[in-house]
Design a protein around this ligand. Sequence first.
Ligand SMILES: [Fe+2]
Ligand SMILES: [Fe+2]
Length: 185
Amino acid sequence: MHKKVSFAAMEDGTQEDYDLLGTFHEASDADYADRVLGWLKALEGDSPYQISRLEHCLQTATRAENDGADDETIVCALLHDIGDHIAPGNHSQIAAAMLAPFVSEKNLWIVKHHGLFQGYYYFHFTGEDRHARERYKDHPYYQDCVDFCANWDQPSFDPNFETKPLAHFEPRLRALFDKKPGAYY
Ligand SMILES: [Fe+2]
Ligand SMILES: [Fe+2]
């Protein structure tokens, strides 16, 4: 059982209360990587795809690694669809919000926009505009996001591809989330 703060409304909090909460949140940051791994593992299981959502994430990360991507980029590839549970339609933004304190502006932009960019491959089957991503065509990371989808995300539904297991990527994931998080706001 945790020691409790004195307040019932935040406006009544004291320095001691917020010191206590600071200690709690520091401990929570320390096991964040374990929680991320748990959310990722929850993507396991049957789906209409030929492979599970987790295997898709692992395959996307494997392709990134095979192409010589750096560790941060590989972890972004691994986690790009982790928001599927919470907000399927906005899953890109969920992953981006998780990664924001830990990754570069470029990787963040790619993760945040990959859903729209990936739409190029299927929006014409769902009554949407497959070229919607072109609204960003002058953005400095436009081509990087096109490439992420073309080379790593859209081909990663292949049951015959040699995909590395989660244990292979775990040390890099832990190293990324061990970094002191920056501002969340
Ligand atoms: Fe996605
Ligand atoms: Fe994906």
